[in-house]
Design a protein around this ligand. Structure first.
Ligand code: NG1
Ligand code: ZN
Length: 546
């Protein structure tokens, strides 16, 4: 058994505030940065154990994504760049909550349960976002790894998806790419340039132009770094680059999606394309303003539709028999699901909220396109699908049309970060598809019309009283809540509404969509009231929106 002297000594430098209880949720741990030092150290310990167990490199990302600047968080990344295995999430929670004097016992418990060979090497990659608290917190992670004798590589400032990518590159011995930030830009941008060579017509500078809202976060820094690799095929104007504004404040993908309005600090002329990243650049949404000044949002559902349409057309042109599906959550706009199923004739799967659920469901298909409505998503290709595409592209007997389609598919695979949703990679893919298909953002938007929708939050004393089923579309407790929602929904046309406890904030989320914005807002308010009354609302009663 290893010598735990270092763990004891080091952990006393990262003490846990007594009685603080934290939980590894949908997106790891997230809280005010002041409450996280001990958790970071302990996640360093856990990452070292996970590395010993899997005999592979593990990632630890310090970020709180779209949360306010004062918060921070941490997520672990498994060997193929995917989220931490679910059974290990409970170890993370146990370690985070062990009182100072019980930490070694909690650690030894994991080692025993998982039969971990402590003489095995441990390797951990660490990254952080631009929050002012991230430097000391990522140092605490490094201390944790070192306390168990593990090796670490500190990537410093990287986007969340970049760190996921590095972990996969490392564990595939470079097969997925080179485990450097430069290698990431090279792989993605080369594929992007290859795709762009197939554009419908010569693009003017106006058509190549895209305004990017960097949410005053890490994505802005990385877009700047990448620029020279784009060879002027994409002309980016960067806003909210972090030089003056506050992280995620009145900007970023979450703000734009929830508020359904443009971020502050960006200039986009009517009809031109704009997009927003979130604070760690794993989400992206697009938008434009029409000549009447009306704002149009193209969210994760519109992105999934664009990408799956493009892929389906290529599969037909290549005569490749591969099964493609789109994975969504209950937050997907009803119009998108209807369009995908009935017009596109694509299989649609609905899972619970949280990327790991979507990722898992997407792995069941040859090609799984998954997106949350908030703009987090990517595409997964099975190994067999990638092989078939490669064989077709390399077969000298393949006719020209099929070969072109196979090469486009190959470059599409390479521009995509398959480990996790990635704003930079998604942006390059979307820009390439628009250029190849010769589509304006208005034409893309016109594929289907979103149903008006609204998201609200209700504060309750304990959000765990709400239990859901059917991919969170129905509440099974508290008693009477679902019946109340059902009777409210019946009053409106094309209406749908559901409620669920958030996994990242201490609130209950309410979603509503219906034929008009007016009826949507009225229904969202009524459902909020039902939650407030039946699920133990606290504070003031929800007020009508208008
Ligand atoms: P919660 O707080 O559980 O709704 C939010 C997002 C998720 C996911 C996580 C992690 C919505 C409605 N929910 O989860 O989709 O992205 O954050 O970041 O957008
Ligand atoms: Zn994020």
């Amino acid at each position: 058994m290893a010598d735990f002297q270092d763990v004891s000594e080091q952990s006393s430098l990262h003490p846990k505030p007594a009685e603080l209880v934290s939980q590894y949720g949908t997106a790891g741990f997230r809280a005010n940065a002041k409450l996280l030092d001990h958790i970071m150290f302990r996640m360093g310990l856990l990452a070292a154990l996970r590395s010993k167990k899997t005999k592979a490199t593990i990632g630890v990302m310090v970020t709180a994504s779209h949360n306010p600047e004062e918060d921070n968080g941490v997520k672990l990344i498994d060997p193929m760049g995917e989220m931490l295995l679910q059974t290990w999430e409970s170890y993370a929670t146990q370690l985070a909550n062990a009182e100072q004097e019980d930490l070694l016992t909690a650690l030894k418990d994991v080692i025993e349960k998982e039969a971990i060979n402590m003489s095995q090497e441990a390797n951990v990659f660490v990254g952080k976002d631009t929050r002012s608290s991230s430097s000391s917190l990522s140092q605490a992670v490094l201390d944790g790894v070192a306390a168990l004798g593990g090796h670490s590589k500190d990537y410093g400032l990287v986007t969340t998806p970049q760190l996921h990518y590095m972990v996969r590159c490392q564990n595939t011995q470079g097969k997925y790419g080179e485990a450097t930030v430069e290698g990431y830009y090279k792989k993605l941008c080369q594929a992007f340039i290859q795709l762009i060579n197939n554009k419908a017509s010569n693009c003017t500078d106006d058509q190549k132009h895209l305004s990017v809202d960097g949410a005053n976060g890490i994505g802005a820094l990385k877009v700047n770094e990448m620029e020279s690799h784009l060879k002027k095929e994409l002309l980016i104007s960067l806003f909210n680059d972090g030089s003056k504004g506050k992280l995620n404040h009145q900007c970023g993908a979450d703000f734009v999606k929830v508020q359904q309005k443009p971020p502050t600090g960006i200039e986009v002329n009517p009809g031109e394309r704009g997009c927003s990243f979130d604070g760690d650049a794993d989400r992206i949404v697009y938008y434009y303003t029409d000549s009447d000044g009306r704002f149009h949002l193209l969210d994760g559902d519109k992105i999934a539709t664009l990408i799956s349409t493009f892929l389906k057309e290529l599969l037909t042109q290549a005569s490749l028999d591969l099964k493609i599906a789109v994975v969504q959550t209950a937050y997907a706009n009803g119009s998108s699901t209807h369009y995908l199923e009935n017009t596109m004739k694509v299989t649609v799967v609905c899972t619970k909220t949280g990327v790991k659920h979507l990722h898992h469901a997407a792995q069941e298909f040859d090609i799984g396109v998954y997106f949350e409505a908030n703009g987090h998503g990517t595409v997964l290709f099975s190994e067999a699908a990638e092989e078939k595409i490669q064989q077709l592209a390399e077969n000298p007997g393949t006719d020209d049309e099929r070969k072109r389609a196979a090469l486009l598919l190959q470059n599409t695979v390479n521009v995509i970060n398959q480990t996790v949703g990635d704003a930079i990679s998604d942006m390059l893919l979307i820009e390439a598809i628009l250029a190849i298909k010769g589509l304006t953002i208005q034409q893309w938007d016109a594929m289907y019309t979103d149903l008006p929708n609204r998201q609200l939050k209700v504060k309750v004393s304990d959000r765990r009283v709400i239990d859901t089923t059917d991919a969170e579309r129905r509440a099974v407790s508290p008693a009477g809540l679902q019946e109340a929602i059902d009777s409210l929904v019946k009053k409106y046309k094309q209406a749908r509404s559901f409620v669920r406890p958030s996994g990242t904030e201490d609130v209950v989320r309410v979603y509503a969509e219906a034929e008009t914005q007016e009826s949507t807002d009225a229904m969202a308010h009524e459902v909020s009231l039902a939650v407030y009354r039946l699920a133990g609302g606290v504070g003031d009663e929800p007020k009508p929106l208008h």
